[in-house]
Design a protein around this ligand. Structure first.
Ligand SMILES: [Cu+2]
Length: 194
């Protein structure tokens, strides 16, 4: 059987598309770390967040070089994030735990690869590290109701030594000085869309 030259070209192009598609999925999973929400198996009762570590959301040092942040995304704000910025140390392993008590939200740190869905009843966990002090905008990218367009916040990365290791004892004071330090250290303008 003879295959026409043009048919050979189309077969080659089709195979190229298929290989490219598979390669992009493999790159997303292995290279960029795209995963499904809930693959860590963390479930909770979204109507009883007060009985969990999300009762008092915010950040704290889990150890000397590991910072942990709990964030609640709800209609229509991030706690913390919207009324007060999320403050995290630079050059430190930072783990985020994000959940929602009401509907599906999004948590996108603008200008980074940190981008996740936030599903009621699921705890979204991701770990990252910020290279330098900088201020980022946070936006919700899942339509979550009438106030969705106003659901935004700020993430402030400050020098690690600006954040007290005794954050639990004087969380407010540490947060205030950390935010001040970041204001001086950062010339970036927060990218919070209107
Ligand atoms: Cu939203």
């Amino acid at each position: 059987m003879e295959i026409h030259r043009l048919e050979k070209i189309w077969i080659a192009v089709s195979l190229l598309f298929i290989v490219g598609l598979i390669a992009s999925i493999v790159y997303g999973v292995a290279g960029v770390g795209v995963g499904t929400v809930g693959d860590t198996g963390q479930q909770l009762d979204p109507s009883a967040l007060d009985d969990t570590e999300f009762a008092d959301p915010g950040g704290h040092w889990a150890s000397e070089d590991h910072y942990v942040v709990h964030v609640v995304a709800r209609q229509f704000l991030f706690q913390p994030g919207t009324q007060e910025p999320i403050t995290v140390p630079a050059n430190t392993t930072v783990t985020f735990y994000v959940t929602s008590p009401d509907v599906v939200h999004g948590f996108d740190v603008v200008g980074t690869q940190l981008n996740t869905m936030v599903i009621p009843g699921q705890v979204t966990e991701f770990t990252t590290e910020f290279d330098e002090p900088k201020t980022y905008g946070i936006v919700c990218h899942e339509y979550c109701g009438a106030g969705h367009q106003s659901m935004a916040g700020q993430l402030v990365v400050v020098p690690a030594d600006a954040m007290s290791q005794n954050a639990t004892a004087s969380a407010d004071a540490a947060n205030a000085s950390a935010v001040n330090a970041s204001t001086q250290a950062s010339i970036a303008t927060p990218e919070v869309p209107a």
